[in-house]
Structures are given as structure tokens and as C-alpha cells.
Design a protein around this ligand. Structure first.
Ligand SMILES: Cc1cc2nc3c(=O)[nH]c(=O)nc-3n(C[C@H](O)[C@H](O)[C@H](O)COP(=O)(O)OP(=O)(O)OC[C@H]3O[C@@H](n4cnc5c(N)ncnc54)[C@H](O)[C@@H]3O)c2cc1C
Length: 425
């Protein structure tokens, strides 16, 4: 018998558990360790912050579905991984031994790296549904007494799509409330240019997103380093290519949402040979840690180097479809190992993304996500807003039903020639 343990019951960990079930032999046991029994659909957090969704609408209690699928579900959270002992220490003092471990713990949000950043400081966040709910309360207070807004991401951030989305849906909502004329907006980002997205752009995201910002009267600062944040103002430096400071600005705000840099969660951070200095898990082309070969990692917790040098640090995003390709490859590889074979399944890391603007949006396809690419396409239209709503409903249904990839999704992806797996055994 083999013990397979997945830690993290978010987007990647939940799908990971579902995809592992068909790989198991009768005698194997699968355990999922989460921090709570509730799954929330992270891509909908910006809508919660604006009031377009209520928190319960994007949450699912996983207890029943895990039971139905015969997955042992522990919700006390992992305290520490002990890779030399093949053991996960749980927050309640117990331990779980494993033969194969999948780490799917997502990001630790590094708000503490900048004074005044984050929900305990002076800016809002949409990274967690609790933050998004708080951001919504603050938004309602803001609308009663409007003023300047800052939206963006800080140095070292790797997730830029939600920052653009949030700026555009804020603009849409403020126009609906007829108070947009009282709100100067600034987009602040470490990206070397608008639309870089940590990916050196996809298709013509530079032109598309610049023109959208211009159309909506949103000013921007690129190559930005946030120095500190006070209750009503942000100190921002614009950095030149040679690293010198081109300009320093103090930008006032009544409401600000800034995405933080990510790092690995405390349960894995600082484990020699398992993680890089930021606490992300090192993986090979099979999603397996090179030092501890019975440990795999999927999702935002995976270490990926930046696409190239930039004046201010900019990370690479780990987007949903890319994560799903990591999950499928990992499930197949663990299945192969259980069957006495070798790992052979490589994820494509293809990215398909929908960024919502509230009334329209931008879609892009990057195959693979890291350039140079075979497919490098982006497009704008009102259909993207509708597609994003449909995707949310579809994804939540998959999670509720305990499915990772229904046959019709596989069929559609095959028709579109968008693959999750590069090679198979
Ligand atoms: C606001 C936002 C919007 C996004 N929108 C999109 C989008 O539209 N499209 C797209 O493709 N991508 C999007 N992404 C990127 C990506 O798809 C999401 O971040 C996705 O949630 C990442 O999945 P994950 O499983 O790696 O992390 P998460 O979904 O964050 O899951 C990690 C889980 O691990 C748990 N955990 C952490 N530590 C422990 C521990 N010690 N023990 C047990 N459990 C632990 C956490 O509680 C959490 O449930 C978005 C990201 C953000 C932040």
C-alpha cells in the first residue's frame, strides 16, 4: 500500500486530489491536508471586492465531496514538512507519513516586506476572499466620500492580471455609480511596460492594455518601486534601466489595492534542497523535486525563474490552465510510479487567461507560457466578460462534483489543440 498526501486544498490541491483518485490502486490511501474545509475560487475575489459577488457565492465546503471520493480530508493545516523523514507535521500536533507528497500550498503573501502594505496596513488586497470582503466594506465607505485611487502591484509581485482587472472593474463600477468624475486613478506596477504581465507580454497586450488605461483615464507608472505606504499616500520611485531612481513621487489616495510579492508558505520555507531562497519548491520537468524525488509540487508554490532582467523585480505568474497542466502531469507521474513505471509526463505550462474589465475584457493564449512561444495571441471584446462569468460557474461546478476535467472539456481542448501534456509514457 502507498500513502499519498497532498497539502493545500486550494485550486491546485483540490484538482490534484481529484486527478489522483483514478491513479490509485485499491490498497492505496490519499489524504488531502487543508487549512479549512472551505474552498474559494480565487479568480472571483476582485468581484467580491467590488460587490458583484457575495463571499458565500464563491465558496464550497469540501467535506462531503472528499468523503464521497474516499479522500481522507484533514483541515488542521500542515505545520512543517520533514522530507528526510517522509513526514508532514500537522498543526494539531499529529503527523502523517507519506510515500508520495504533493505540495500545493499556494503563496504566502509578503505584505510585511513594505511598510504600510496590506490589510493590516493601509492598502486593500484581493488575494484571499477574506481580504476581498474587507476591501468591499472599504470600497463602500470610499464611495460615500470619493477621492484618488491607486491600484497595482509592488516590486517582486508575479500576479499582474488581477491588478489590471481590478483597476478596470473599479472604473466600470464607479461609472455605474456616476462618481467616476471625482476619482483620479493611478496604476502603479514594477513591470517594465504596461501589459508585460511577468511574461514579456502576450500577443499585443502592451497596446491593448495601454489603450484601455488611456480610454478609461487611468494614469500609470511602470518600473515602480513602492517605498512605503502611509494612511493616505504612497511613496513611489520610478527606476531607470541602470537601477538609478529617475523620479520619486508621493501619490495621495483614499483607496488603494496593491498586490504583494509572493513567497513560499512557512510549512516549507527554508528547507534546504526542497525550496529556493524565496521558499518556492524546486521542480524538474516532471514537477518533481530534484533532491527529494517522492515530492512533487503544483501551483503558485512552484519555483519559476523570471523571463528576463528588469529594473525592478518582476515574477512569472502561475495561471490557472498552466497549473492544471502541472496537476495532470503530476497525477500521471504518481500513477506511473505506483504501477512500478518511471515518471514520463511533462506539463506544457500553456497559459489561457481571461482578464475581466466589467463590461469587456482581454483574453490571451500563450503556448508555452514562457517565451519564445508557438502561440502568442491576445484579443479584446465584451465576450470575455461573459466567458469569465461562464468559466466561474463551470469551475465551481467541477469542484462541487469532484471532477477535474470532464470529457467535454477534454474534447474541446483537443479540438482547439491546447494541450496539458507534452509527452507521455
Ligand atoms: C486575485 C487573483 C485572481 C486570479 N485570477 C486568475 C484568473 O482569472 N485566471 C487564472 O488563470 N489565474 C488567476 N490567478 C492565478 C491562480 O490561478 C490562482 O492564484 C490560484 O488560486 C492558484 O492556485 P494554488 O492552488 O497554487 O493556490 P491557492 O488557490 O491559493 O491554494 C493554496 C491553498 O493552500 C492552503 N495552504 C497554505 N498553507 C497551507 C498549510 N501549511 N497547510 C495546508 N494548507 C495550506 C491555502 O489555505 C490554500 O487553500 C489569480 C490569482 C489571484 C491572486
Amino acid at each position: 500500500m502507498a500513502e499519498i498526501v497532498v497539502i493545500g486544498a486550494g485550486l491546485s490541491g483540490t484538482l490534484m486530489a481529484y486527478e489522483l483518485v483514478p491513479q490509485l490502486r485499491k490498497e492505496d490511501r490519499l489524504t488531502l491536508v487543508g487549512e479549512s474545509s472551505v474552498f474559494h475560487f480565487v479568480p472571483s475575489n476582485p468581484w467580491v471586492a467590488i460587490g458583484w459577488r457575495k463571499k458565500p457565492e464563491i465558496e464550497i465546503d469540501l467535506t462531503k465531496v472528499m468523503k464521497r471520493k474516499n479522500i481522507r480530508f484533514i483541515t488542521a493545516g500542515a505545520k512543517r514538512v520533514h522530507p528526510d523523514e517522509n513526514r508532514v507535521e500537522i498543526e494539531d500536533g499529529s503527523s502523517i507519513a507519506y510515500d508520495y507528497l504533493v505540495i500545493a500550498t499556494g503563496p504566502d503573501l509578503a505584505f510585511d516586506e513594505i511598510a504600510g502594505l496590506g490589510p493590516n496596513g493601509h492598502t486593500q488586497s484581493v488575494c484571499h476572499v477574506e481580504h476581498a470582503a474587507e476591501a468591499h466594506d472599504a470600497f463602500e465607505r470610499f464611495c460615500a466620500a470619493p477621492g484618488p485611487i491607486i491600484v497595482g502591484a509592488v516590486q517582486g509581485a508575479s500576479c499582474f492580471g488581477p491588478a489590471y482587472e481590478f483597476a478596470f472593474i473599479l472604473d466600470t463600477e464607479l461609472r455605474k455609480r456616476s462618481i467616476r468624475d471625482q476619482v483620479p486613478m493611478t496604476f502603479v506596477t514594477p513591470e517594465p511596460y504596461i501589459g508585460h504581465l511577468g511574461l514579456d507580454g502576450v500577443g499585443d497586450t502592451k497596446t491593448l492594455l495601454e489603450s484601455e488605461l488611456r480610454d478609461r483615464h487611468i494614469k500609470w507608472i511602470t518600473n515602480a518601486r513602492v517605498k512605503s505606504i502611509e494612511p493616505d499616500a504612497m511613496e513611489v520611485e520610478e527606476v531607470a534601466e541602470d537601477g538609478t531612481v529617475r523620479k520619486s513621487e508621493r501619490i495621495p489616495f483614499n483607496y488603494a489595492m496593491m498586490l504583494p510579492a509572493f513567497r513560499g508558505v512557512p510549512a516549507v520555507h527554508g528547507i534546504e534542497k526542497l525550496t529556493n531562497p524565496r521558499g518556492f519548491i524546486a521542480v524538474d520537468k516532471y514537477q518533481r523535486n530534484p533532491a527529494y524525488q517522492n515530492i512533487f509540487a503544483v501551483g503558485v508554490c512552484v519555483a519559476i525563474p523570471p523571463v528576463g532582467p528588469s529594473a525592478v523585480p518582476v515574477g512569472v505568474p502561475k495561471t490557472g490552465f498552466m497549473i492544471e497542466s502541472m496537476v495532470t502531469a503530476t497525477a500521471q507521474n504518481i500513477g506511473a510510479l505506483l504501477a512500478g513505471k518511471k515518471v514520463a509526463w511533462q506539463p506544457t505550462w500553456n497559459a489561457i487567461c481571461l482578464a475581466d474589465f466589467g463590461d469587456s475584457g482581454v483574453a490571451f493564449v500563450a503556448q508555452p507560457q514562457i517565451p519564445p512561444r508557438n502561440v502568442n495571441w491576445s484579443s479584446k471584446g465584451s465576450w470575455v466578460h461573459l466567458a469569465k462569468i461562464a468559466f466561474e460557474k463551470y469551475f465551481l461546478r467541477k469542484i462541487r462534483r469532484g471532477e477535474s476535467e470532464p470529457f467535454y472539456e477534454r474534447f474541446l481542448m483537443e479540438k482547439l489543440n491546447i494541450k496539458k501534456i507534452k509527452e507521455s509514457a
